[in-house]
Ligand binder design. Structure first.
Ligand SMILES: Nc1ncnc2c1ncn2[C@@H]1O[C@H](COP(=O)(O)OP(=O)(O)O)[C@@H](O)[C@H]1O
Ligand SMILES: [Mg+2]
Length: 324
């Protein structure tokens, strides 16, 4: 953690022009270089594979990524894990109490399934004291589709049913940036380190990172270009950077991924998004959202390292997420 300031230029064999090429390709940190392959790196930077190998080796030594931890270390770190409440009992039960810190939760579903409503609600809930299900923290919010609405935050704060809350205070603790391209989006995660560090000493430390939508730019930019592997690698690196940040601050990451429903639902798994699952296995938890009868919505936990699969109903009202 003390080596956070190490730049890719500090690696032997990486001059300014190689560094520039690496950054353009989305390698923003020593860690992302450390987890790449020599062939990939050689192609991007037009250096020889043997030089690429040396650079990666140096990055691995500096990045501390090969260090083993004991089960006890992990046990101690997991003791710090907190849960951010949905304030909807069924959703909390589904997620073992709420959204976990030190984990990335991906919500995927069709247009209008409630993804943005949930991220707005969590941007409110996270600011509450722990007794009310929050983490007494602030929010970094990457808005890629211009769907953040301060009015919704206001309505949801008023809809909490807790006296004496001022919606303006909640809006002040949500730090929003628009991301215009996938590269810009990746850079914003990188640049959030300073903001997160600054907030650390405040009365509302950074506790929730939202990306709504995680995948829209990646999908649009790499549509039909036969460059799926590149897209996947960039997305993996993006998620890796995000994970490092939230892991360091014991914060929650909540990202959305819009998918089309699968017409082959009779023949296979209806929760498998059409066009493949582009987030892959980098998210810790995956929640599939769908609309049901009478304005009801269903969240289904699809992938979890420690919780059973299951479903939970909820509704979206003016006042926010509510139990059915
Ligand atoms: N003020 C509101 N009151 C009640 N329901 C709302 C309100 N605003 C949005 N919704 C509901 O949320 C839906 C949009 O969900 P949203 O989270 O934006 O979808 P997406 O999954 O595409 O992000 C709307 O169709 C509507 O049902
Ligand atoms: Mg949305």
């Amino acid at each position: 953690m003390a080596e956070e300031t190490l730049e890719i230029e500090d690696l032997p064999g990486v001059g300014p022009s190689t560094a520039e090429k690496l950054r353009e390709a989305g390698y923003l940190s020593v860690e992302s270089v450390a987890t790449s392959s020599p062939a990939e790196l050689a192609e991007i930077t037009e250096i020889s594979e043997s030089t690429a190998k040396k650079i990666i080796k140096a990055a691995r030594e500096k990045a501390d990524i090969d260090v083993f931890k004991t089960g006890k270390d992990i046990f101690e770190q997991r003791k710090e894990v907190k849960k951010l409440s949905f304030r909807v009992p069924d959703l909390n039960n589904l997620m073992g109490g709420g959204l976990e810190t030190q984990a990335i939760t991906e919500m995927y579903g069709e247009f209008g399934s409630g993804k943005s409503q949930i991220v707005h609600q969590m941007a409110v809930n996270v600011q509450l004291p722990e007794d009310d299900g929050g983490l007494n923290g602030s929010v970094i919010y990457l808005d890629t589709e211009n769907t953040f609405r301060p009015e919704r935050i206001e309505q949801m704060v008023n809809g909490l049913g807790i006296n004496g809350l001022d919606p303006q205070d909640f809006l002040k603790n949500i730090h929003i940036a628009r991301a215009h391209t996938s590269d810009h989006q990746m850079l914003l995660v990188e640049n959030s380190r300073d903001l997160a560090a600054e907030l650390k000493g405040s009365d509302k430390p950074f506790k929730l990172f939202i990306i709504d939508s995680l995948t829209a730019h990646f999908r649009a930019e790499y549509a039909g270009r036969g460059t799926l592997a590149t897209r996947q690698q960039k997305l993996n690196r993006h998620m890796h950077e995000l994970f490092k940040l939230i892991d360091e601050h014991n914060a929650v990451a909540l990202v959305t991924n819009q998918v089309m429903s699968n017409p082959a639902v009779f023949f296979g798994d209806p929760t498998k998004p059409i066009g493949g699952n582009i987030v892959g296995h980098t998210a810790t938890f995956r929640i599939y959202l769908r609309k049901s009868k009478g304005g009801k919505r269903i969240a289904r936990l699809v992938d979890s390292p420690n919780l059973p699969e299951g479903e939970a109903p909820f509704i979206v009202e003016e006042a926010g997420l509510k139990p059915c």
